[in-house]
Design a protein around this ligand. Sequence first.
Ligand code: ACM
Length: 265
Amino acid sequence: MLITIVQSLPKYADTASNLDFIHRTIDTVEADLLVFPELATSGYFFTEKSHILPHALTWNESIELKDIQEKATKSDTVIVIGFPEKEGDLLYNSAGIFMPDATKSRVYRKTHLFYKEHLIFEQGNTGFFCVHDVKHDCKIGIMICYDWRFPEAARTLALQGADIIVCPSNLVTTLSGKVFPARAIENRVYVAVANRAGEESLDGETLLFRGESAIYDYLGERIGMASFGNEEIIHAEINPQETRNKAFNSVNDIFKDRKPEMYYD
Ligand code: ACM
C-alpha cells in the first residue's frame, strides 16, 4: 500500500489557489492513501472568526469538498485533507477522510486545540475513530497536529485497530519528531505526519512551520522524510496487516500485557 504525504505551502486566506494546488496534486501523484496538512485549504493563523468564516466549508454540502470526494472515488484513493469546517455558527479545525466509497467518508474534528485556535474553533466532538480501506485491508486512524501531545489519542486509535495513524499537521516545534516514533513503537502502528512548510505572520507574531513531514513504520523507524521549509512529496510502502501482531517476543504482547485497572487520571 503506497502512502503519499504532501508537504504543502498553503497560501494564507486563498482557498481557491490552495484547492487548485490540491487538485493538481491529486491528479498527478501516485498514492493509495494521500495525506495533506492541517487547514491545507485556508492557511493557519487566524484569530478572528469573521476572517476565517469565508474559507470554512460544510461537510456533505460544500461543492469544494464534493469535488475532492469525486476525485477520491475516481482515482480509487483515500484522501485526507485538513480544512476549516462550519456547522451552523460553529467552526471546527477538521480533516476530511475521503474514501473511494463516499458512504464511508468521515470528518474528524480536532480534539485538542492549540494556542489561539481557541479563539475561533470549538473543541472537536467527533472523538477518535478509524476508517477501513477494504481494498488494502487497512484501518486508518486520524488525529490532527497538537493531538500528538496526548498519548491517549494514538492509544485510542490503536485499540480501535488502527494499522496506520495519519496526522495532518501545522507543527511549530521539533519536539513532535521525538514523540511520533514512540507512538509508533508503543502501539505497533505506522504513523504518517503531513506537516506544512512556510510561515505566517499576524499582529507582529510569526509562526514558522517546519515541514519535515515523516512516515514511521510500526517499529518507529523513519521510512520517509521531507526537508525543512520546502514544498515536497514523500512516499512509503507499508504492509498494514503486519501491525496486528502486538507480540514482540514469545512472552510479551503490548496489548495483552496492558493493565487498565492500574491506570488512572
Ligand atoms: C498545532 O496544533 N497546529 C500546533
